[in-house]
Design a protein around this ligand. Structure first.
Ligand SMILES: NC(=O)c1ccc[n+]([C@@H]2O[C@H](COP(=O)([O-])OP(=O)(O)OC[C@H]3O[C@@H](n4cnc5c(N)ncnc54)[C@H](O)[C@@H]3O)[C@@H](O)[C@H]2O)c1
Length: 245
């Protein structure tokens, strides 16, 4: 599905980003696996020559510019970008706190804007491409256990993605969002069992998702099979957003 494609994936050290690197490589792509944790090296070691690891903080403009430079050096150009890295949404005290705002916006919003800006520049050099941004089911409606500021950044991601789709469609760039419901990633490994059970029970399917189930939809959106799909937000949530409560 992705033979000949080159994708930059942020947050590729674990969870949904790592699974996305695995599925993209399985489908024939070359991947720049970007993370701040160091685990990008393990992912590259496991997946082989198709993956080049890149250590970066994708809330920092210089790192973002360098990330696309590294992709050009390694693979000659890019035609896929997945923005996965984010600060998660646990509540941090009082409602509408600036502490929470300051914690989530540098990466989830400012970093996203810069990643798309530099990514689009790189894709235009390659004649176009596809962006897949990972927001959240909590961008489509409010979930009280999730930080309001986090949900706001993810809603902004949905709108920015649509704006990019509209602005750059004629230049061969598609931009879409997957909105995961509760997905049992490494992040939730440390969560209390009652929280995990509560979140899993919300899905119509009665369980949490797996990272691979997010990655399969993302890889499809990156591929030519989705050539007429742009500007959409696809919940990948086991039916959570299909119900009212
Ligand atoms: N897991 C869920 O239930 C769920 C639900 C809805 C949305 N999401 C979204 O899916 C995405 C991935 O979630 P996950 O659960 O796989 O997350 P995770 O925390 O397991 O992985 C995130 C990765 O991003 C990396 N990262 C964090 N800050 C970074 C930075 N500044 N620069 C570079 N890398 C950085 C981390 O090191 C980590 O490897 C996130 O955008 C999250 O908001 C997840």
């Amino acid at each position: 599905m992705l033979d000949g494609k080159v994708a930059v994936i942020t947050g590729a050290g674990q969870g949904i980003g790592k699974a996305s690197a695995e599925v993209c490589v399985r489908e024939g792509a070359k991947v720049l696996a970007v993370d701040i944790s160091g685990a990008e090296d393990d992912v590259a070691a496991k997946l082989g020559d198709a993956v080049v690891p890149f250590h970066a903080d994708v809330s920092v403009e210089g790192d973002i510019a360098a990330m696309f430079g590294a992709a050009r050096d390694a693979f000659g150009g890019i035609d896929g970008l997945m923005n996965v890295a984010a600060v998660h949404g646990g509540r941090r005290g009082e409602f509408l706190s600036l502490e929470e705002y300051d914690a989530v916006t540098p990466l989830n919003l400012r970093g996203l804007v810069l990643s798309m800006k530099y990514g689009i520049e790189a894709m235009l050099e390659s004649g176009g491409g596809a962006i897949v941004n990972v927001s959240s089911a909590a961008s489509l409606g409010v979930q009280e256990r999730v930080a309001a500021m986090y949900q706001a950044t993810k809603s902004a991601m949905n709108t920015l993605t649509k704006a990019v789709a509209v602005e750059y469609g004629k230049q061969g760039i598609r931009a879409n969002v997957i909105a995961p419901g509760f997905t049992q990633t490494d992040f939730y490994g440390s969560a209390k069992p009652e929280i995990v059970d509560y979140m899993a029970s919300k899905a119509a399917l009665g369980r949490g998702g797996e990272s691979r189930e997010q990655a399969e939809v993302a890889a499809f959106l990156l591929s030519e099979r989705a050539s007429f799909v742009t500007g959409v937000v696809i919940p990948v949530d086991g039916g959570w957003t299909a119900r009212l409560a």
